[in-house]
Design a binder for this molecule. Structure first.
Ligand code: IMP
Ligand code: MG
Length: 177
């Protein structure tokens, strides 16, 4: 464990079990269908790559990178840093995220993709329900966690720690909290 981590919240082995369970459900739900795994960069990189190893449906992948501004009463805006290359109209799209926090990013992204004609579902490794501002339906949710800032398994603090194979709680002293 590195010195910036307060405690390991989800171990490497636990992650494996969680991802496998999600994959089993997707395999069941999309049996005989085509699906696009839309990987939301950068955080869901590790999750999506592990998940697709367990998928046995007809799957293709594409990538988007977005960021959101404004929350709560301020109406948010979605900034597309990298767009998908696939025409998603009429496609079954599984949006894979690392974590749903306020829900602002995913709620706007989901609206956008539906406007483009995609048949979307949301798949997130983690969810922090205590922080939700926008109601988003996460069909495939790995695990709900308490309101703590987590790092590892793709998730960063200031672009660091994405490489950790486990999910850990970041020490408050690191971000001055
Ligand atoms: P939302 O729009 O508030 O739901 O923000 C979601 C995004 O914020 C996620 O995709 C993450 O990139 C980032 N995020 C939220 N909580 C955490 C955390 O605890 N650790 C690392 N990144 C986080
Ligand atoms: Mg993210």
């Amino acid at each position: 464990m590195i010195k910036e981590v307060e405690k390991i919240l989800i171990s490497k082995d636990e992650i494996k079990g969680i991802v496998k369970k999600i994959a089993d459900r997707i395999n069941e739900d999309y049996k005989g269908k085509q699906v696009v795994l839309l990987v939301i960069l950068k955080g869901s990189l590790l999750f999506a790559s592990d998940l697709m190893r367990y998928l046995d449906v007809d799957v293709t992948i594409d990538f988007m990178q977005v960021s959101s501004y404004g929350s709560g009463t301020v109406s948010g805006e979605l900034k597309i840093l990298k767009d998908a290359q696939t025409d998603l109209n009429g496609k079954n799209v599984i949006i894979t995220e690392d974590i749903v926090d306020s829900g602002n990013t995913l709620s706007m992204l989901n609206d956008l993709l539906q406007k483009r004609g995609a048949n979307t579902e949301i798949c997130s490794m983690l969810s922090k329900p205590a922080r939700r501002e926008k109601d988003v339906y996460i069909k495939y949710c790995g695990i709900e966690i308490p309101d703590e800032f987590v790092i590892g398994y793709g998730m960063d603090y200031d672009e660091r720690f994405r490489n950790l194979p486990y999910i850990g709680i970041l020490k408050k002293e690191v971000y001055g909290g």
